[in-house]
Design a protein around this ligand. Structure first.
Ligand SMILES: [Fe+2]
Length: 201
């Protein structure tokens, strides 16, 4: 769940993660169109054994601006650390967890597959959350306007109320919680939500 223009990025990041998480490592370059067709008819294990199944590694997305672009609010050093170290660590650990998952699947090692769930969730969640986060920052700042502003006023009463509600939810979370303003498609309303840790929801 994300706000405004970032919905596409977030869904594609989530889709990429879950698609990739389900893939096996075959050690060959795959041709996506053929693979989709082949995947529909053959079990993953057979494909992996035949070397026809591949898994893409996750990579750290480039920032759409310079590290110093958000100064003086956030300095370049913090941005560099957060992006090149913090986010990179989630990406690395997600790749490691997925490699272990692929190996465990190969061996039919169910207990290892189950034990990897927290690492996949934590690091996959951290990767997706950060990827959305970078896209939502702007050196220009500004306030919500147009349709977004109207929806915030309708669903929260005011921008101030929305900020207060989101802050209250996230500040109460132990550790590094994340809060999001998202659009609930079923209800057709904006909604705030939070997660206690990057991969916990
Ligand atoms: Fe972070």
């Amino acid at each position: 769940m994300t706000c405004c223009k970032q919905q596409d990025e977030s869904s594609s990041a989530a889709e990429e993660y879950w698609n990739t998480a389900a893939w096996h490592s075959g050690g060959v370059v795959c041709w996506e169109g053929i693979m989709l067709l082949v995947r529909a008819f053959l079990p993953a294990r057979s494909l992996a054994a035949a070397g026809l199944w591949c898994r893409q590694k996750h990579t750290l997305p480039d920032l759409p601006y310079d590290y110093g672009a958000l100064e003086p609010t956030i300095n370049a050093e913090i941005m560099q650390l957060h992006h090149s170290k913090h986010h990179q660590t989630y990406v690395n650990n997600l790749n490691v967890a997925e490699e272990k998952l692929a190996e465990a699947k190969e061996k039919g090692d169910v207990s290892t597959i189950i034990s990897l769930a927290p690492a996949l969730k934590f690091n996959g969640g951290g990767h997706i959350n950060h990827s959305i986060f970078w896209q939502n920052l702007s050196p220009d700042g500004g306030e919500p306007e147009g349709e977004l502003l109207a929806a915030i006023n309708r669903d929260f009463g005011s921008v101030e109320n929305m900020k207060n509600q989101l802050s209250a939810q996230t500040v109460a979370v132990q550790g590094s919680g994340w809060g999001w303003l998202g659009y609930n498609k079923q209800k057709g309303t904006l909604q705030s939500c939070y997660v206690s840790k990057p991969g916990s929801s």
